[in-house]
Design a protein around this ligand. Structure first.
Ligand code: UDP
Ligand code: MG
Length: 304
């Protein structure tokens, strides 16, 4: 019998988890032709998430869990889930039912009957999301697709079902600055896209603040593009051209003060560019440290 592993990252999800588990079990029970493995990754939650996962594991042998020693972020949680997965097919889901488990049977059928390696989802609408957030999200997808070779689909969710070949390819990418939306596209393979309307979370609150999302977006760009590193080159060329013209004008009308302010502007730009370079350097530095992507405190085997 084939096995489907579902990986659920959960950070302070005590309110949503019972709803999720109920719906996920219903879907799993109905799919009699496959075996299920549910791997919950507790990403350092401070609420009762871990207790709830222990209870699920006690009463249902399909449930496994990994609990991090602190909050390492959703990307680390997804990677931990992949490393622990044993299924022939693997799916990522959020704990808040925004990724409906009821789509999995359809996704599985597609992978069984059509020539695809993964079925991915995208949301058609962004209803229920603050307009500012939607605006930034759209800009982000435009920019990253223009300056990188990762093919990132606007509105793509992390919710997808993949065959083992693709899972192994993703596992082979062990970089620390992980950006799954980019990694999925980068590894290639044939992906079928299905879309659905945005669903609001069943309970609890979003775990992503605007700043957390902004940093995530910048990490994504840095993970898949070195174009920002070339920014000093463009800025330098443009400012050199402008300052050349200014020098001629100043030579005619000696306005010392104007030249001073221009110099300050240039210095400012230099710092911005240096900052960009420093950020990449910092990431290289972190990778050379070779720290683990996450640290497990407890799994269903007990405290380690
Ligand atoms: N999540 C996580 N670690 C984090 C933040 C979020 O594992 O540091 C999980 C969260 O519990 C949820 C999923 O990632 O299952 C998506 O988060 P959320 O629903 O808060 O994001 P949104 O849907 O609002 O973008
Ligand atoms: Mg959500």
């Amino acid at each position: 019998m084939e096995k489907i592993t579902v990986i659920i990252s959960a950070y302070n999800e005590e309110e949503a988890l019972p709803h999720f588990y109920k719906e996920m079990s219903r879907v799993a029970d109905e799919m009699k032709e496959v075996e299920y493995e549910m791997i919950f990754v507790d990403d350092g939650s401070k609420d009762r998430t871990l207790d709830i996962l222990r209870e699920f594991h006690q009463s249902d042998k399909r449930v496994r869990y990994i609990s991090f020693s602190r909050n390492f972020g959703k990307e680390a949680a997804m990677y931990a889930g992949l490393q622990a997965s044993t299924g022939d097919y693997v799916a990522f889901l959020d704990a808040d039912l925004q990724d409906p488990p009821s789509l999995i049977p359809e996704m599985y059928q597609i992978l069984k009957t059509e020539d695809y390696d993964s079925v991915a989802t995208r949301r058609e609408t962004r209803t229920g999301e603050p307009p500012v957030r939607s605006w930034f999200a759209r800009r982000f997808y435009k920019i990253i697709n223009r300056i990188s070779d990762a093919d990132i689909v606007d509105g793509a969710r992390d919710f997808r079902l993949m065959k083992r070949v693709m899972v192994n390819a993703i596992l082979s990418i062990s970089e620390h600055n992980r950006f799954s939306k980019g990694i999925f596209g980068w590894v290639g393979f044939k992906t079928k896209w299905i879309s659905y309307d945005n669903i609001e979370r069943v309970a609890g609150n979003t775990k992503w603040s605007f700043w957390k999302l902004l940093i995530y977006a910048l990490n994504g760009i840095e993970a898949f593009s070195t174009v920002p590193l070339l920014l000093p080159l463009f800025i330098g060329a443009v400012t050199c051209g402008i300052s050349g013209i200014c020098l001629i004008v100043i030579a005619v009308r000696t306005h010392i003060f104007h030249m001073m302010s221009f110099l300050f502007f240039m210095i400012g730009l230099l710092f911005v560019c240096l900052g960009i370079v420093a950020d990449y350097l910092a990431k290289i530095y972190k990778d050379t440290l070779n720290r683990p992507i996450y640290i497990v405190r407890e799994t269903e085997g007990g405290i380690r």
